[in-house]
Design a protein around this ligand. Sequence first.
Ligand code: NYM
Ligand code: MG
Length: 233
Amino acid sequence: MIKRRGMLIVLEGCDGCGKSTQARKLVDALNTTPREGEGSLGGHVTHAELWKFPNRDTAIGRLIDEYLQNKCEMEDHAIHLLFAANRWEMVPCLLETLEKGISVIMDRYAFSGLAFSAAKKKKLGFQWCKIADQGLPRPDLVLYLSLSSLEMEARWNKKERDGTMVYIRERYEKVAFQNQVQAEYGKLMMGEDNWHVIEVNNKSIEVIHRNLLNIIKDNVKISTEKVIGKLWL
Ligand code: NYM
Ligand code: MG
């Protein structure tokens, strides 16, 4: 059998839309899907890993974490570049992982970087925001979880960190701002053939999971046969 690279699958959406839950379930499902035969992914996917941005474990990530928890202030351009740098620092490891045939389920990526920065009142400029992430590995699929602002807020107060629930509200978790973020996402997905929008209002975790898994199954073969692209180039 020809060895194929892993898929790069990104989950995006506003805060509280269920990305982290779904990302975990997808990784579990891909790791337990039979390699061959009925219900398999055609023998292409060998293994899947869960990645998350911001990656709060690096030196840059720790700065971002302080900013998000309102423990420090940062100029808008500067924090935008730190979010992008936090992705770039992981690129060698990401490419190596995909090359080994391991798929990566990514909980947020450059699209968050753009949507959240461009949504700020003192606009940084959509094009300016794009440049910092230009050339990153291009995802095979972007799964966008769309949630109404009514349901959003109820979900924010609970957060899981390292297996325990903590109750904090981070920077950006305001309905008006998240509506602007969703509008920016709308601009980003226009004309893109690798985006899939999934409405999550009033749907169970399991129904959404099935939906996402089916999209992946429909795309896995095509994606792993293509060389990984470069984002926005
Ligand atoms: N965020 C995330 C950005 O503003 N820029 C980025 O590049 C990324 C990856 O950080 N409100 C924002 C979106 C979220 C916050 O993400 C932290 P999470 O998934 O809640 O840990
Ligand atoms: Mg959040």
